[in-house]
Design a protein around this ligand. Structure first.
Ligand code: FAD
Length: 384
C-alpha cells in the first residue's frame, strides 16, 4: 500500500508542520482558537485539503491511504486541537458531499473547501442526541423550493469560524433511519447563530460551538444526494472519520513515549535512573507494542477499505483501540514524570487532556463496542 509518494507526502507535510503550525501552537492554545482561514488557505494552496477529493473540484483524486498518511503525520502537531480541526475539514464534513453531492453543489461548497477558502463544520450532534444519532430533533421542512431549518447543534468543531455546515436534519416523517438528509448550510444565512463557544478540558486551540437554526431558509438544491439518505450517508462518512482518528493518534502516542523515555533516562531516584526500574522499562515496552498494534490494525482496515470492502468492524476496532490507548499511554507516562507530569506545559499532560476526547467524540467507546458486537453477531436482539 505504501509508496514513495506517501513518503514524500509525509516529509513535505512534516516540513509544513515544523514551519507553519508548531511554532504557533502555544499562542493558539492560550487564545483557545487558531486562525482557520489563514492556515487552511496555506494548506489548500499546497493541496493538503483535497488529497482524496475528485480532481474536477481541485482535489488530487488519491485513494484513502493518503488521508491515513496525512492523519498520521498531523499527529506530529504539538496539540490535538489543530489536527482535529483539519480532520473535520478533510475527512469528517466533506466525504459525503464529495461522493454524493451534485456537480453544482460540489462547485459551490467542495471546491472552495479544498482550496482552503471555506472552513467547514459538521452538524450532527445535538444537546439531546449524541451517541443516538437517529434521535436528532433538528428539522428541515419543505417550503416551495426551499428548506426551512429549525433546531440546534452541539459540540460543533470549527463552529465559530466555519463558512458552511454539513448539517444532518429530519426532512420527513417515518422510520428514523430513512427520514434524514445532509444539507450544506452557509453559516452566514439569516437565522444561523453561534449560541456559545464551549470551554473544554482540552483541545483548546479548536473552537467548539453550540449552534442555533431559527427559520433558516436554504434552497433544496443544497441537499447532499437523495432525500432520506442522510443517516446512511453520515454512517458512511463516520467510517472515514474513525479511520482518520485512529491514524491521527499514532504519532502523538509515540511522541509521548519518546519524550518520557528521554526524561526517565536522566531522572535519578534512589541512586538510579527511573528507566532502570524493570517495572518502568517493561511498561514502556508494553505500551510501544500496543501502539504498533494500533498502527497494524489501522493499516489493515485502510488496505481493505481502499480495496472496496466494508470495514465497519475494523474501523470501529481501530477507533476503539485509539481511544483506549489515548487514555492509557499518557496516564502511564504522566506517572513516570512525577510532579513534572502534573504541570500545564508538559507535552504528556496536554495529550492526557486532549486525548481523552477520543473515547467520546465521533462515537463513544461503548458505541464502537456495540458496532463490533453487531458485526460479530452477538449483539442481543432486544437491544436497539
Ligand atoms: C470537543 C468535541 C468536539 C466535537 N465535535 C463534533 C463535531 O464537529 N460535530 C458533531 O456533530 N459532533 C461533535 N462532537 C460530539 C461527539 O461526537 C459526541 O459528544 C459523542 O457522539 C457522544 O455524544 P454525547 O456527548 O451526547 O454523549 P451521550 O450520547 O449522552 O453518551 C454519554 C455516554 O453514554 C455511554 N454510552 C453511549 N452509548 C452507549 C451504549 N450504546 N451502551 C453503553 N453506554 C453507552 C458512553 O459512555 C457515552 O460517553 C464533539 C464532541 C466534543 C466533546
Amino acid at each position: 500500500m505504501w509508496t514513495h509518494e506517501h513518503d514524500e507526502l509525509r516529509r513535505s507535510l512534516s516540513r509544513f508542520i515544523d514551519a507553519e503550525i508548531n511554532p504557533h501552537v502555544e499562542e493558539w492554545e492560550a487564545a483557545e482558537i487558531f486562525p482557520a482561514h489563514e492556515l487552511f488557505a496555506k494548506m489548500g494552496r499546497l493541496g493538503y485539503l483535497g488529497l482524496t477529493k475528485p480532481v474536477e473540484y481541485g482535489g488530487s483524486g488519491l485513494d484513502y491511504s493518503y488521508s491515513v498518511a496525512m492523519a498520521e503525520t498531523l499527529g506530529r502537531i504539538d496539540c490535538g486541537g489543530v489536527p482535529m480541526a483539519i480532520g473535520v475539514q478533510t475527512d469528517m464534513a466533506t466525504p459525503a458531499l464529495a461522493r454524493f453531492g451534485s456537480d453544482e453543489l460540489r462547485r459551490e461548497f467542495l471546491a472552495p473547501t479544498v482550496r482552503g477558502e471555506f472552513v467547514a463544520c459538521l452538524g450532527v450532534s445535538e444537546v439531546g442526541a449524541g451517541s443516538d444519532v437517529a434521535s436528532i430533533r433538528t428539522t428541515a421542512r419543505k417550503d416551495g423550493d426551499d428548506y426551512v431549518i429549525n433546531g440546534g447543534k452541539m459540540w460543533t468543531t470549527n463552529g465559530t469560524q466555519a463558512d458552511w455546515c454539513c448539517l444532518l436534519a429530519n426532512t420527513g416523517e417515518g422510520a428514523v433511519h430513512k427520514n434524514k438528509s445532509l444539507i450544506c448550510v452557509p453559516m452566514k444565512t439569516r437565522g444561523v447563530s453561534v449560541a456559545k463557544k464551549i470551554r473544554k478540558i482540552g483541545m483548546f486551540s479548536s473552537d467548539t460551538a453550540q449552534l442555533h437554526f431559527d427559520d433558516v431558509r436554504v434552497p433544496q438544491r443544497y441537499r447532499i444526494g437523495e432525500e432520506g439518505q442522510g443517516f446512511i450517508y453520515q454512517m458512511q462518512q463516520f467510517q472515514e472519520e474513525r479511520l482518520w482518528a485512529a491514524a491521527n493518534a499514532i504519532e502523538g502516542l509515540l511522541g509521548c513515549l519518546d519524550t518520557t523515555i528521554e526524561y526517565v533516562r536522566e531522572r535519578r531516584i534512589f541512586g538510579q535512573a527511573v528507566l532502570e526500574q524493570q517495572v518502568v522499562f517493561h511498561r514502556l515496552a508494553e505500551l510501544k507494542t500496543e501502539i504498533e498494534s494500533l498502527r497494524a490494525l489501522t493499516y489493515r482496515a485502510t488496505e481493505l477499505y481502499i480495496a472496496g470492502q466494508d470495514v465497519t468492524e475494523l474501523a470501529s476496532m481501530s477507533k476503539l483501540k485509539a481511544g483506549r490507548l489515548l487514555r492509557e499511554v499518557p496516564d502511564a507516562c504522566l506517572q513516570y514524570w512525577g510532579g513534572m507530569g502534573y504541570t500545564w506545559e508538559n507535552r504528556v499532560s496536554r495529550l492526557y487532556r486532549d486525548g481523552r476526547l477520543a473515547s467520546i467524540g465521533g462515537g463513544a467507546d461503548e458505541v464502537m463496542l456495540g458496532i463490533i458486537a453487531k458485526a460479530m453477531g452477538i449483539f442481543p436482539k432486544q437491544l436497539r
